[in-house]
Design a protein around this ligand. Structure first.
Ligand SMILES: Cc1ncc(C[n+]2csc(CCOP(=O)(O)OP(=O)(O)O)c2C)c(N)n1
Ligand SMILES: [Mg+2]
Length: 280
């Protein structure tokens, strides 16, 4: 790998570790929230914001030609807040106000209170429809901004997701990319037990999308997938990112259905941070 590329990867690894630290610390401090949901999306958002994918300016968060990222799985708010702070939308120290009275870092993202949040989400199933609105707006305004939406895999059971998928495919919205965080677990059980989704790639393709499955924790595969998505014309793109719920913290990884929506207890925090690795 050329040296510049190696350095970029090392920097992204550092970003990913800092995001994991801040996800764990902010939810443990809050005594509530969804660390396992947030830890599974870290590499995807690290590459989006720091791998040269999203076009954004924290000094001008409403600039009309910015790219949009909509976190449809709004309960992953601690992960979104960690990356927005890292990107300079607000001070990193504010992460520790998560879920506190008066803080704009609400339990689920509120676009009216925090710059950088593109959509108020938390009621699952709506983000892709909102993203379609932005994708159509870009067309109407003859702007080249792109829209990225991330859903959970349990979330994909929602009927509205498929109505939206059908619409985006029929309209050939090639400025729209969906990432499905395929961690295979939802609130209380495995997705396959509640409502099997496979073959997910085939399903999107049959709705006139381009789709591919990747390792959602490989920075290289995530970066390559976004490159691929940008190159597709005439169809929206779905990236099915295989991930692990609670990635990086063994306590969460080992009992995924037990830890949904639960913070790491104070007495386990130090060990979790050590497992994630030094925050450089
Ligand atoms: C419409 C709606 N129904 C139910 C919920 C409650 N709920 C919150 S998170 C969750 C599970 C989501 O699982 P998944 O989409 O796989 O996300 P993950 O945490 O695994 O990333 C549910 C059912 C909700 N937020 N919105
Ligand atoms: Mg899931």
């Amino acid at each position: 790998m050329p040296q510049a590329r190696t350095e970029e990867r090392t920097e992204l690894e550092r970003v990913a570790r800092r995001l994991r630290h801040n996800i764990v610390r902010s939810t443990t401090e809050a005594g509530s929230g969804h660390p396992s949901t947030s830890l599974s999306m870290v590499e995807v958002v690290a590459v989006l914001y720091f791998g040269g994918v999203l076009r954004y300016d924290p000094q001008q968060p409403h600039q009309p030609d910015r790219d949009r990222f909509i976190l449809s799985k709004g309960h992953g708010a601690p992960g979104l807040y960690a990356v927005l702070a890292e990107a300079g939308f607000f001070p990193v120290e504010d992460l520790m106000t998560l879920r506190k009275m008066g803080s704009p870092l609400e339990g689920h993202p509120n676009m009216r209170r925090l710059a950088g949040v593109e959509a108020s989400t938390g009621s699952l199933g709506q983000g892709l429809s909102m993203g379609i609105g932005h994708a159509h707006a870009a067309r109407l305004d003859e702007s080249d901004f792109r829209t990225y939406v991330m859903t959970g895999d349990g979330e994909v059971e929602q009927g509205q997701v498929w109505e939206a998928a059908m619409h985006a495919g029929n309209h050939g919205l090639d400025n729209l990319t969906l990432i499905v965080d395929r961690n295979r677990h939802q609130q209380t059980d495995a997705v396959a037990k509640v409502q099997p989704l496979d073959p997910l790639v085939d399903k999107f393709e049959s709705f006139n999308w381009e789709a591919r499955e990747i390792d959602g924790h490989s920075l290289d595969e995530v970066a390559a997938a976004f490159d691929w998505a940008r190159g597709v014309s005439g169809k929206p793109q779905a990236i099915i990112a295989r991930t692990v719920k609670g990635k990086g913290v063994s306590l969460l990884e080992e009992a995924q259905d037990k830890w949904h929506g639960k913070p790491i207890p104070k007495e386990e925090e130090a060990r979790a941070l050590q497992e994630i690795g030094a925050e450089l």
